[in-house]
Design a binder for this molecule. Sequence first.
Ligand SMILES: NC(=O)c1ccc[n+]([C@@H]2O[C@H](COP(=O)([O-])OP(=O)(O)OC[C@H]3O[C@@H](n4cnc5c(N)ncnc54)[C@H](OP(=O)(O)O)[C@@H]3O)[C@@H](O)[C@H]2O)c1
Length: 290
Amino acid sequence: MSDIQQAGTFTLGSHTVKRLGYGAMQLAGPGVFGPPKDHDAALAVLREAVAQGVDHIDTSDFYGPHVTNRLIREALAPYPDDLVIVTKIGARRGADGSWLPAFSREALTQAVHDNLSNLGLEVLDVVNLRVMFDTHGPAEGSIEAPLTVLAELQRKGLVRHIGLSNVTAAQIAQGRRIAEIVCVQNQYNLAHRGDDSLIDDLARDGIAYVPFFPLGGFNPLQSSTLSDVAQRLGATSMQVALAWLLRRAPNILLIPGTSSVGHLRENLAAGELVLSDNVLSELDGIAMAA
Ligand SMILES: NC(=O)c1ccc[n+]([C@@H]2O[C@H](COP(=O)([O-])OP(=O)(O)OC[C@H]3O[C@@H](n4cnc5c(N)ncnc54)[C@H](OP(=O)(O)O)[C@@H]3O)[C@@H](O)[C@H]2O)c1
C-alpha cells in the first residue's frame, strides 16, 4: 500500500486534506453518460481509494447524470468523518449526453438538492460553481447572479463551502467579493499551463487549486520527454505527470480520474516520487514545446 501522506496536505474548506485525492467522473459510462460498464468494479475503485487513505473525492450530479453520486453513496456511506466530497453545479446533460449550462436560480437550487439526495447528505461540504460561458475553457462574463444564489443556499445551511470552476482571474476576484472561495478547479497539467500565474496568486491567498484533466483527460498526456523521464525514474508517465503537479505549487490538490483499481494504486503511488531540479526543468520544457 502506498503512503499517500507523503505528498502532504492542504486546507480545503474546514478540512485539511491529503494532496492526493480522487476524481469520480470516469466511473460513469462512456462519455460520462449512463451507467458504468461494470458496476461492482466502480464500487471497488471508490472503496480502494478510501482504503488507501484518500480523503477528498471530486464528483458532480451531472456525471451520468446522477450515476457517480449514487455509486459514491452505495460504496462509501456512511461516510468516514474525514472524507470531503466536493461537487459542482452549473451544468446539465442533454438527452444526447451534451453538456449544457444550467445557471437559473431554479436549476442551481435543484442541483444542490439533487446532489444532497443522491449523495445521501444533509449538507454538501464544498460546491463548485462550474461556469459555462464556454464549456471548454474559461471565458469572461459576470458570475454575480449564479454565485449569489449559491451563497444564499450556503446561508440556508445546505452548502458549507464554495469553489469556482472553469473561471478567469477576473471571475475569481468578482466571486471573492460575493462569497468566500475555498478552491478553484480549472484545466491544468504539464502541457496545459495557462493558469501558471493564477496558481501562484491563489497559493499566496491560501486557496486550493484543483486541476482537472491532470493526466490530460480525454486525450492522455503523451510526450517523449515525459516517457524518457519516467523510464529513467522507474516510474510511469502518469506518475511523473502527477508528481510534477505536486511539486508545482503547495496549494495544488490532485483528483486524477480512473475507473481501474490498478491505475488508482499507480496514481496514488506518485506521492512517493521525488523529482530533482534537473528533471523539473526538463519537464517544464514540455509546455514550452507544446
Ligand atoms: N470542473 C470541470 O469542468 C471538470 C472537468 C473534467 C473533469 N473534472 C474532474 O477532474 C477529475 C480528473 O479529470 P479526468 O478524470 O477527466 O481526467 P484525468 O484524470 O486527466 O485522466 C483520466 C484518464 O486517464 C486514464 N488514466 C488514469 N490513470 C491512469 C494511469 N495510471 N495509467 C493510464 N491511464 C490512466 C483514465 O482511464 P482509466 O479509467 O482506464 O484509468 C482516464 O481515461 C474528474 O474525475 C472530475 O472529477 C472536472
